[in-house]
Design a protein around this ligand. Structure first.
Ligand SMILES: O=P(O)(O)OC[C@H]1O[C@H](OP(=O)(O)OP(=O)(O)O)[C@H](O)[C@@H]1O
Ligand SMILES: O=c1cc[nH]c(=O)[nH]1
Ligand SMILES: [Mg+2]
Length: 209
């Protein structure tokens, strides 16, 4: 069973509550999503290997630890995943960024792909696929499939909120993929929305509704 890591740090949970609040407008929503993404990145990269390197302080020679050589790719699912990229890059600035365009058909709830541009060396990178909402899981399963088809092997998913149904769907299709998120909510409603959730993440980020 792939691991699901729920980051229950007080700062994450406080900011998530503000994000859920219907009174939170796009500007604050964008800022909060970026901040939470940074905090989740801190946990999602905890197992990155480091190597000992020499370093000279103003006082003496010593040894430190470095991530040098670590190659990362961040792959947001458009649109809402874009809101997480800035926060991730604040902590992993050398990462390359690929984009996967997928929206969910409102009737069938099936993912519809419309764009894919990934780094050519994605097979050599640790990949973080990000999207704030993991509802049925259809979109993220497709995005991970794209990455695997291009040779990606070390893949983790970063989200904000997941429904249990979506996590099961992801586990069925990609049992090797670990998930990092801020909350697992109760259920999906009849329109495929996560309850209690935060509504439509893309619309709230960009003010399109
Ligand atoms: O797990 P799923 O059932 O596939 O649903 C989740 C997807 O739905 C939302 O995108 P949406 O279709 O609203 O596209 P948008 O980001 O362009 O608004 C969300 O950002 C995920 O990509
Ligand atoms: O609750 C949901 C489900 C899918 N997409 C969203 O943005 N929110
Ligand atoms: Mg949307």
């Amino acid at each position: 069973m792939a691991a699901v890591h729920v980051i229950d740090h007080p700062l994450v949970q406080h900011k998530l509550t503000l994000l859920r609040d219907e009174q939170t407008g796009p500007k604050e929503f964008r800022e909060l999503l970026e901040e939470i993404s940074m905090l989740i990145t801190y946990e999602a990269t905890r197992d990155f290997p480091v190597e000992e390197v020499p370093v000279r302080t103003p006082l003496e020679e010593t040894r430190g630890r470095s991530l040098s050589g670590k190659k990362v790719a961040v792959v947001p699912i458009l649109r809402a995943g874009l809101g997480m990229v800035g926060g991730i890059l604040r902590l992993v600035p050398a990462a390359k960024v690929g984009h996967v365009g997928i929206y969910r058909d409102p009737e069938s709830l099936r993912p519809v792909e419309y764009y894919c541009k990934l780094p050519t060396d994605i097979a050599d990178r640790d990949v973080i696929v990000c999207d704030p909402m993991l509802a049925t899981g259809g979109s993220v399963v497709e995005a991970v499939r794209y990455v695997k088809n291009r040779g990606g092997r070390s893949i983790r998913v970063m989200a904000l909120i997941a429904a249990p149904e979506g996590l099961r769907h992801l586990e069925r299709h990609h049992p090797d993929v670990e998930v990092y998120l801020a909350a697992v909510d109760d259920r999906l409603d009849e329109h495929g929305y996560i309850r209690p959730g935060l509504g439509d993440a893309g619309d709230r980020l960009y003010g399109t509704r």
